[in-house]
Design a protein around this ligand. Structure first.
Ligand SMILES: [Zn+2]
Length: 290
């Protein structure tokens, strides 16, 4: 099954909806960062949220989510674009906590209390950042709170990651429903009821439901026009060339020191876990050219 995202609007123009299946890309993030189950779930939820919010962007716009909780996972950083590309990492990927009484991964406890920052870089001079306090650290509720308080958009957000007994990601996905101003009270009540009765997103994705099916479950009988459908994937912007530029920017003295002390440089990209190795001749060349 491929990862993809859909965007739609109800036939009466009262609300819009975004849904995505992200199983493969969350599993890729797990492999890249060697995340343990609760970290896989937390990072996977934020990656999915980034893509769903990113679906509202245009062109080269970027959205960055930073979850700064005081729990053992530390910070989670995710950045997504309008084209369905996302990258991200969690500060402490090797965290193990007991399950919740309901047998779920304790994402809220692992994230803790703190702040959610959402930065939109819309190609203007200054990126826009909105911040809200985390409600539960479960990510879905925290994103909904941000959308309501910072963007004044009443929203329901559902995010889920199912991790198998072998620690692999079995299913991941998410859904956001946003009411337009002046939406009927009746629609709101209908959506609240159907969303409350909906099984967890991760279990629906595990049953092979596609994004359109998730939307159908969420809106329970209302007609949706799908406006967009595009693949989503884990993708990073780092490259050997960019890392070389960063090394060059350190200056001749520091590179020479690095050469003397370590004989080489290894630079690991936080976002995707890719390692770039610069052997002595590579470093000497940077010194010569700087
Ligand atoms: Zn990278």
């Amino acid at each position: 099954m491929e990862d993809y995202l859909v965007r739609g609007i109800d036939e009466n123009g009262q609300f819009r909806v975004f849904a995505a299946v992200t199983t493969n890309l969350v599993e890729e993030a797990r492999q890249r960062h060697d995340t343990w189950p609760v970290a896989s779930a937390a990072l996977g939820r934020v990656l999915t949220a980034g893509l769903l919010l990113g679906a509202n962007l245009k062109g080269d716009d970027l959205i960055t989510l930073r979850v700064f909780g005081n729990g053992p996972l530390g910070a989670i950083t995710v950045s997504a674009n309008a084209g369905g590309e996302v990258r991200g990492y969690v500060q402490e990927p090797h965290i193990d906590l007991p399950s919740t009484p309901a047998g779920k991964l304790p994402v809220g406890a692992a994230v803790g209390q703190g702040l959610l920052h959402v930065t939109k870089d819309l190609g203007l001079k200054e990126p826009f950042t909105g911040s809200t306090e985390l409600v539960s650290g479960e990510i879905g509720e925290d994103i909904a709170q941000y959308l309501v308080t910072s963007e004044q958009t009443p929203s329901a957000v559902s995010l889920g990651v199912l991790v198998g007994p072998d620690a692999r990601v079995k299913a991941a996905g998410g859904l956001i429903v946003q009411l337009f101003p002046g939406a009927d009270e009746e629609i709101l009540t209908h959506l609240e009821k159907s969303l409350a009765e909906m099984p967890p997103i991760s279990s629906l994705v595990n049953l092979k439901l596609q994004p359109e099916d998730l939307v159908a479950r969420a809106v329970d009988g209302l007609n949706i026009h799908f406006l967009e459908k595009h693949p989503v994937r884990f993708a990073c912007k780092c490259s050997r060339e960019k890392v070389g530029d960063i090394l060059a920017a350190m200056g001749k003295k520091d590179i020479e020191k690095l050469l003397k002390e370590q004989g080489r440089a290894e630079v690991r990209c936080h976002f995707c876990g890719e390692s770039y190795i610069f052997e002595a001749p590579d470093l000497q060349e940077i010194v010569l050219n700087s």
